[in-house]
Design a protein around this ligand. Sequence first.
Ligand code: GDP
Length: 331
Amino acid sequence: MKRALITGITGQDGRYLSQLLAGKGYQVFGLIRGQANPKSQLVLDENPACELIDGDLRDLSSLIAAMEQVQPDEVYNLGAISFVQLSFRQAELTAEITGLGVLRMLEAVRIVGGVTNNPIRFYQASSSEMFGKVRETPQNERTPFHPRSPYGVAKVFGHDMTVNYREAYGLHASSGILFNHESPRRGMEFYTRKVTTSLARIKLGLQEHISLGNLGFSRDWGYAGDYVEAMWMMLQQDEPDDYVIATGETHTGREFLDIASRIAGFDEWESFVSHDSRFERPAEVDLLMGDAGKAATVLGWRPKVSFEDLVRMMYEADMAAEQDQLDSGRR
Ligand code: GDP
């Protein structure tokens, strides 16, 4: 039985990945920070065989201890402060966890993984936010980075460290440059989920307006369930490498609103969407569109869920959850 250790297991990707690996017969371990982490139960409900281990990306000794205890075949480093807007307000903490946390994980793998015959394979969750003010479109593995937020800068550090540990110590360390990926499990603070939840609530008469920031941006949005498969595929390769994971399509914030509103049964959204500058960022990423040609050729990975199906899946899940809450209140 293969053993996998996941950091960030309580996040959207951690939850999908833990279920994917359990389905493939892995024993899954999740690193959990802090006592009585409220999201632990969610992970255990979805994957009862999962074992949770104490550890903190700020504390190398805790990572070494976790690595020694689990003796993993594969490590997936998904733990991060991942909300771009927050990273502007908590820049140092973002650098500490999203950036230096990667270095500590690599050190723990190097120290503990170096003594086994079966070296630990390492996955780093890199991000399209590293491209930021993009130098070319579409972006691929050779596109230069120009991050636009403390989050993006921290991700560049983690990415470059992963490449460095591969080259310097021969670690089986791969990095997935994932473009935005969404699902009904996406955090409520992100644009897509904020829109689909709000539309469901407006439909049910629970809310009147949606306040949003800049709508002129474009993103390459895929389905998180498809993207965690790519993570696993990378670690099954003989040679570690870096891969862009994207759909190759880009859509504006307005287009997302158009499609989601139509699915929700509204003729327009202009009457209930208002602009709020609090949701704007000091520096913005205007356009992301990935070229996942290498992942298609080498890994055989392709996205399965279309943009429209993704929007529909998110809206319908939010509508069902809101309706459920409403009904349980009435009961
Ligand atoms: P990101 O691409 O990782 O920053 O993902 P987000 O979903 O947080 O943001 C996507 C885009 O939506 C960014 O360009 C934001 O500036 C824009 N945006 C506009 N209004 C909002 C809002 O109310 N919340 C969020 N999160 N983003 C917004």
